[in-house]
Write a protein that binds this ligand. Structure first.
Ligand SMILES: NC(=O)c1ccc[n+]([C@@H]2O[C@H](COP(=O)([O-])OP(=O)(O)OC[C@H]3O[C@@H](n4cnc5c(N)ncnc54)[C@H](OP(=O)(O)O)[C@@H]3O)[C@@H](O)[C@H]2O)c1
Length: 280
């Protein structure tokens, strides 16, 4: 990810200095027009704004421990695009502030090859004036910026929530494609059908929001039981085929638990309430 970020910045005319723990991974960026620093402190000292993209927050702390505090960091802006938990972002923001620098936390919601393209999506948290000052540089990385406010914990929680949904969607798609394959359906045939259903998923989520806010779980689109009945046909076919899948087993378990707890006739979105209440 760091390579993608630095390459786009350097190619698009932002004077860019890079540093990486393993120097051989940073050196090729010289060809893209970046200066290669010999230490993290040198890299930070070279610019008013520094972007961190490391494995985790522990790595960021490890690197910052090598940087002289007031000579190098004071008056600069540090933007951390490393993924982590809510408390980690809050703790790092406090540390950076104690070193006299401004801080933005960010979460990248795309793969490295999308950086700098219309597919890029990054969510930022931090003081509004710091975000606005950094905006020209951040827009270079992708115009789809989302500023969430100054609550760093909420920013990382939003990323983790989206990552959980994204990972579940991918696992479910691979399960579905593997099942389809048993019936002679090519990967692309199944996944293109999934993409069409995803549009329905997202319009359902938008449509049901008002009903959930009102605490109304009356079935208007489809009840829990409708889903259970439809998926029982899949369970039966899988059993006949001797085809098992842990993703499907968990999904069915959740739906059966909801029905057994008396929510079979409720709108399917009652699952949001049951998850929120830890009632399953
Ligand atoms: N890849 C994606 O699609 C993607 C998407 C969204 C968000 N992200 C987030 O972006 C961040 C970077 O991901 P990545 O895919 O670029 O991972 P990566 O290719 O594994 O790179 C990790 C980087 O962290 C450095 N690093 C690890 N431990 C370190 C330490 N203790 N001290 C100094 N440097 C250290 C590595 O340096 P060395 O080269 O020396 O090992 C390397 O530059 C992660 O937080 C990830 O969750 C990635």
């Amino acid at each position: 990810m760091g390579t993608a970020l630095a390459t786009v910045l350097a190619h698009r005319g932002h004077p860019t200095t890079v540093w990486n723990r393993t120097a051989t991974r940073a050196e090729p960026l010289a060809a893209a027009g970046a200066a290669v620093a010999r230490s993290a402190a040198d890299a930070i000292a070279a610019s008013p704004l520094t972007i961190f993209s490391l494995l985790d927050y522990d790595a960021v702390h490890e690197v910052l421990a090598t940087v002289p505090t007031h000579t190098v960091m004071a008056g600069r802006t540090l933007i951390n695009l490393t993924s982590g938990g809510p408390a980690e972002a809050e703790h790092l923001a406090e540390l950076v502030a104690s070193r006299g620098a401004d801080y933005l936390d960010g979460n990248v919601g795309c793969y490295p090859d999308a950086i700098g393209t219309a597919e890029s999506h990054v969510v930022y948290t931090g003081p509004k004036h710091v975000f606005e000052r950094a905006r020209p540089c951040l827009t270079t990385l992708g115009e789809d910026l989302r500023y969430l406010g100054d609550n760093h914990g909420a920013g990382n929680a939003l990323f983790l929530a989206a990552a959980a949904a994204h990972t579940s969607e991918l696992l479910a798609a691979f399960f579905a494609a593997a099942y389809g394959r048993r019936h002679g359906l090519a990967f692309g045939v199944v996944t293109s059908e999934i993409a069409r259903h995803s549009q329905t998923t997202h319009s359902y989520l938008r449509q049901i929001e008002g009903q959930l806010e009102a605490g109304d779980y009356t079935a208007t689109a489809a009840s829990v039981r409708v889903y259970v009945d439809a998926l029982e046909a899949l369970a039966e076919d899988m059993a006949g085929e001797g085809f098992q899948n842990p993703v499907f087993d968990s999904l069915m378990q959740v739906l059966h638990n909801a029905a057994a707890a008396g929510h079979g006739d409720a709108e399917f979105a009652v699952l949001y309430k049951l998850f929120s209440d830890q009632a399953l």
